[in-house]
Write a protein that binds this ligand. Sequence first.
Ligand code: FMN
Length: 209
Amino acid sequence: MELIKNLKWRYAAKKYSDQLVSEDKIDQIIEAVNLTASSCGIQPYRLYVITNPEARQKLGEGSFNEQIYTSSHLLVFAGFNKITNEYIKAYVDMMEQQRNLETGALKMLQDTLIGYFSPQTTEQNVIWSDKQAYIGLGTALIAAAELKVDATPMEGFDPKLFDDILDLPEKGLHASVIMSLGYRDADNDYLASAQKVRLPIDEFSIKIK
Ligand SMILES: Cc1cc2nc3c(=O)[nH]c(=O)nc-3n(C[C@H](O)[C@H](O)[C@H](O)COP(=O)(O)O)c2cc1C
């Protein structure tokens, strides 16, 4: 499988060169994330793609991750703060349209989702949205590896700063996790040539037959 080769090639880059990733590749990574799975299928996060140098400099303040501003592109996975009834209704409407169903055909699904999410606290909604955003992160990592684009998934950032700079609370969002994209500076990144460290496969995976 080509994917295994690509996953062995990838690593969490610490140092990036000045080379920029083409918009075509960025668009393919975005599409891969849009196509990935989410629980209930309602995609409760948005993906910000940031290149603006000043914004990225500010976003990186106080973080040990210089990749925030030295990479080519920065992805911000921004989870929903609340799964609202309005959002569920709009999403189910879109499902009906995209599947050429009559209006109201998916009313039972809509009611089930509203019945499930509406009694939940904001904290529960945020935790759930973050989990879905992390699935997007994993997909973006794999997509980048397939395109031979380097990437760094990162939790080492100031979420409050990201929320403020990107005006996320105003949009009902918060910064869940981030990822940089670019090309490794192999000469200056000690990890570029380091052996990948992973558990022996039999210790990691338990097969119950
Ligand atoms: C959710 C998540 C958060 C991470 N946060 C950071 C980070 O803030 N800075 C960083 O340099 N690497 C970060 N990493 C990268 C991990 O350290 C790296 O994936 C791990 O050491 C395995 O190495 P590899 O990805 O190079 O194979 C993060 C990885 C994940 C999945």
